[in-house]
Design a protein around this ligand. Structure first.
Ligand SMILES: Cc1ncc(COP(=O)(O)O)c(C=O)c1O
Length: 283
């Protein structure tokens, strides 16, 4: 399929879409983004994603020229022009084009780009065996609650994970608590409860994290939002969540086997409950 992108006011074939070299997104990573899943034409938590995009924009002082309904319509239209059965829609907003200077000296029109691509699913082997991860000291900035396009630390983390032949790198705070992954939130099952780092400046408020915790609570699992470490007594499973993965068990971290070394019962149930929720949403 020839992909079509929304780029600054018009739809273009992806191959022909370009951004000015003085775009502040290119010069300074001065921008924010969203990734939204769409199954069979139904968006997953679109409102929550648009809310987060607006919060991210406010967080760095970008004022989008599109109203919320206009933005939502553009997201739908981008999907209609790239209608994958399972799609992920990227929405990226930067401060816009201006002569290169750190200081924002003039009002510039924000750049807005929207694309739709096929959403890949984790393989069934990965789902039953569980994913693998490493931990790394957190080298990111102190506003991880903003979904910034400044992803250099995540690129480095992912590269290191790939070099060590694992799927994800989880960031550790100075005391050794697991915060989140390069592109995922992470959780532990400790004495049957789901434990995850509370929402603060050190983690992104993942939309899938929110959904997973909601679904877990609805099924009677206690959710505890507190800092946690890998060596806690009673820890039997680890999981990670993201728009592109839903929820996936993590069975090996830093070459340590978690639980019995494959996807554990809570992870598998939670994933199934989430998929059921996605199915129900399609009806
Ligand atoms: C650092 C980070 N944490 C968590 C997530 C998961 O967020 P969501 O569930 O909204 O995709 C992402 C997704 O890209 C991320 O980059």
């Amino acid at each position: 399929m020839q992909l079509t992108a929304w780029v600054n006011g018009r739809f273009l074939p992806l191959d022909e879409s370009t951004i000015h070299i003085e775009d502040r997104g290119f010069q300074f990573a001065d921008g924010v983004y969203e990734v939204i899943a769409c199954f069979g034409g139904k968006f997953l938590e679109l409102d929550a994603h648009v809310d987060r995009l607006q919060r991210s924009c406010e967080g760095i002082g970008i004022r989008l020229l599109k109203s919320r309904p206009e933005l939502i319509e553009l997201i739908h239209e981008t999907y209609r022009r790239n209608p994958f059965d399972h799609a992920m829609i990227y929405v990226q907003a930067t401060r816009g084009v201006a002569p290169r200077s750190h200081l924002i000296t003039q009002a510039v029109e924000p750049t807005l780009v929207i694309t739709s691509r096929e959403l890949p699913f984790p393989s069934s082997e990965k789902l039953s065996a569980g994913a693998s991860a490493i931990t790394l000291p957190d080298i990111r900035w102190k506003r991880c609650d903003i979904k910034s396009i400044a992803l250099l630390a995540s690129v480095i983390g992912k590269q290191e994970a790939a070099r060590q032949n694992v799927d994800e790198a989880f960031w550790l705070d100075d005391e050794g608590h697991l915060l989140e992954g390069c592109a995922t939130n992470c959780f532990a099952v400790i004495n049957g409860d789901i434990v995850t780092h509370p929402l603060d400046h050190q983690v992104l408020g993942g939309i899938t994290r929110y959904l997973a915790l909601k679904v877990a609570r609805e099924h009677g699992i206690t959710v505890v939002e507190r800092p946690w470490k890998l060596d806690e007594p009673g820890l039997t499973e680890c999981l990670m969540s993201s728009t592109t993965n839903a929820v996936v068990a993590v069975s090996h971290i830093d070459k340590i086997t978690i639980g019995d070394g494959k996807a554990g019962p809570v992870s598998l149930k939670l994933r199934q409950w989430m998929l059921d929720e996605f199915e129900a949403m399609k009806q």
